[in-house]
Design a protein around this ligand. Sequence first.
Ligand code: HEM
Length: 243
Amino acid sequence: MNLHKRSLIIFLGILTGFIISSNSGSVNVLASTAVAPIIDGTISEDEYSSSTSFASGDYLFYWQIEGDTIYIGLIGKTEGWVAIGFEPTIAMKDADMIFGWVESNGTVITIDAFSTGNYGPHPADRDLGGSSDIASFDGSESSGSTTIEFSRLLTTGDQYDNTIPSTGTYNIIWAIGPGDDFGVKHTNRGSGIIDLTSGEPTTTTEKSTTTTEEPSEQSPGFEFLIVFLTLAGGLSVYRRKTR
Ligand code: HEM
């Protein structure tokens, strides 16, 4: 048998084997599409393909992109609102924001908003003439933490939504508020850069600031100095008068 014939027989053998195994259903096709997170207001371990933590775990951010949709989960240490902002230009300005909170009667509220100024205001997209583009959402509150999950299209077409790319790095800002009023300023906020590329390790940079009590304008030492100088001045005037 020459080489040509032998190659033909080997080829036909492989082809026959492939057809038989296909028909018997024994070919294992690896699932290439991941399961999308379930938007039910609770986040289980490994539900999302990517996650990162800010403020020593006081704010957790989860995400997964499936097709043209991004699924997002937020857990903030607050009984008030939690929020995420996409791609600001300066501080909060031009950030496409999503707020969410759970009211005392269990009602879950989310707001698709947009920050028009460096430090707000951030009206709802609808109030600016745009649209609310949160495709699905749910939330829950327990042990002083609020969980909000939502999904939206990467590109919504609304001028008050920033397009989210499916690969590469992306700037986000986050915040948590003290109550269920999204007009009341955050108690904790920060910013970071996340890597949206599927399968890439999460590279997150962080800058967080917790709002504490307003610092007193003058230190106790300064107040003591004022009292001391006043007393010293008064004493010297008294001495001059009594001479
Ligand atoms: C009622 C809502 C809000 C008000 C009144 C507000 C107001 C302010 C103000 C006055 C500052 C400057 C003082 C400071 O650093 O604390 C600030 C900074 C900041 N806010 Fe907000 N904010 C609100 C909501 C949000 C939301 C929803 C986010 C994120 C999604 C956010 C993210 C930030 C960040 C990252 C900074 C620091 C910006 C920088 O200095 O680069 N804020 N905000």
